[in-house]
Design a protein. Sequence first.
Length: 259
Amino acid sequence: MNLSPEEIERYARHLVLRDIGGPGQSRLKQARVLVIGAGGLGAPLLQYLAAAGVGALGIVDDDSVSLSNLQRQVIHGTPDVARLKVESAKDAVVRINPHVVVEPHALRLDETNARALIARYDIVADGSDNFATRYLVSDACFHEKKPLVTGALGGFDASLTTLRPFEQGRDGPNPTYRCLFPTPPQAGEIPTCEEAGVLGALAGVVGAMMALEVVREIVGFGEGLVGRLLLIDARDMRFETLRYAFDPQNPLSGAGAHL
C-alpha cells in the first residue's frame, strides 16, 4: 500500500472491506476522475469521491453559483453565490480531503476540447443537465476508450448507467449511449430543470449512486451497470433495472456510424 499513516486511519472503513482493502484503496488513490458538472448530480458525486480518496478530481463547469442552485447543489453554500462553481467545489473537496488533487476546468465542453480533456483522465462521470453535453461526452469517451458513468434527473425521476463500449462483453460488443438513445430529443420536447423543477434530495441519491459506480469501476467488485439502465421513480419510491444491448445499427460504432 502506498498510504500514509493518516490515510490508513482516514480510509479505515474501506480497508477492512473485503472487496476494497489495501489494493482497492491504492487504486482509488492512483485514479484520475473527470466529473462533468458541479451541480445537482456533481455535488454529492464530488463529495463522495473526495471522501473515498480518489487521487485526482477534474471538475468541468463554466457556470457560477446562484441562489436557486442551493436547494440541491449541496457542495455550494450561501457565501458561494456568484462564485465560479469549479472554485467553490474545489474548496469543498479540499476541505473534505486534502489528499485529493483538484483540477478545475471553468469551460464549456464542445467538439474542440472534449476529447483532449477526457483523454487526461481514467474515468468520466457525467452529471450534466443537457442532452447536447451528454451525447458529446459519450461520443468522446467512446473514441478515447474511457469508461463513462452517466446520470440524468427529471422532476421526480432519474436514470443511471455505465458505459464501456470500447470493450467486448459476454455476448458481443458492449452497448454505446447511442444504442440506448440513438438520437437526442427534439428541442423543447423534454422540459428543462428550470421549467419542470427537480426534487433536491433525488439529486443526492443519484449523485451518490454515481459515486458508487465510479468506485466500482476503479476497484472492481460486484456487477456494475454496463448494459443496464437503472430507473428511479421517487414519487412512488420504485427502482427498476432494464437491460439493453449493442445495436449493430447504432450511429456511433455500428453500421449506421457517421461520426
